[in-house]
Design a protein around this ligand. Structure first.
Ligand SMILES: [Zn+2]
Ligand SMILES: [Zn+2]
Length: 214
């Protein structure tokens, strides 16, 4: 029998790769529906499909969640299916409430995969200091408002280049919906600035600064 489940999640569920995780599980179960961030840092998930597949999805939501995600509440309401055709990550909504209590995530230390990329000569993020993905990088520091989306972070001033945008929109990429993603071409750059406000001309501001402070 076809069923529709409306799942509201609270806890730490925004900015921790939750939407890409939900997307992967829903698609692998052959479900239609959507996931979207809510204004109180919660997330709403709607899935439609065979009852068995919906139940498997709900089980996997708990059992396979990546470590950064923590649920405070996960409520499920059943409803008649509306005949949705595919699963999508939808734009966030400001007002809706997930119930329970949700927190924006803290900043997260660079993950092993990003570290590998950072130190791979020839890669497009070789030694780029702001290398991040949907499992790591700044969150709390850059969030201006909720729901958590790039437009409501300090990254709004750095439009993604086409390579970063491709990764961001690719459901199979680990930067799928990684809001702060960037690279040498499109992201913030480092400068060394004198107390007087004058920029110090140098190739590597980080090394130069390290030299100056001995
Ligand atoms: Zn990472
Ligand atoms: Zn880029």
């Amino acid at each position: 029998m076809l069923r529709r489940a409306v799942v509201r999640c609270s806890g730490v569920v925004q900015g921790v790769g939750f939407r890409p995780f939900v997307y992967r599980v829903a698609v692998s179960q052959g479900l239609a529906g959507y996931v979207r961030n809510l204004g109180d840092a919660g997330v709403e998930v709607v899935v439609e499909g065979e009852e068995e597949a919906v139940n498997a999805f709900l089980r996997r939501l708990r059992e396979e969640k990546p470590p950064l995600i923590s649920y405070e509440e996960l409520s499920v309401e059943w409803a008649p299916p509306l005949g949705l055709a595919a699963f999508r990550i939808e734009g966030s909504v400001k007002e809706a409430s997930a119930g329970g209590f949700s927190n924006p995530p803290p900043d997260i230390a660079t993950c092993d995969e990003c570290l590998r990329e950072l130190f791979t000569p020839g890669g497009r993020r070789f030694l780029y200091p702001f290398t991040v993905c949907s499992s790591c990088g700044p969150r709390f520091t850059i969030i201006v408002d909720l729901p958590y989306d790039r437009v409501r972070t300090s990254m709004v001033d750095f439009p993604m280049c086409e390579d970063c945008a491709r990764e961001y929109h690719d459901p199979l990429d680990r930067r799928h919906h990684a809001e702060p993603t960037c690279c040498w071409r499109c992201g913030p750059q480092m400068k060394l600035i004198e107390l007087s406000g004058e920029e110090v001309a140098c190739d590597d501001p980080l090394r130069e600064a390290a030299k100056l402070i001995g």
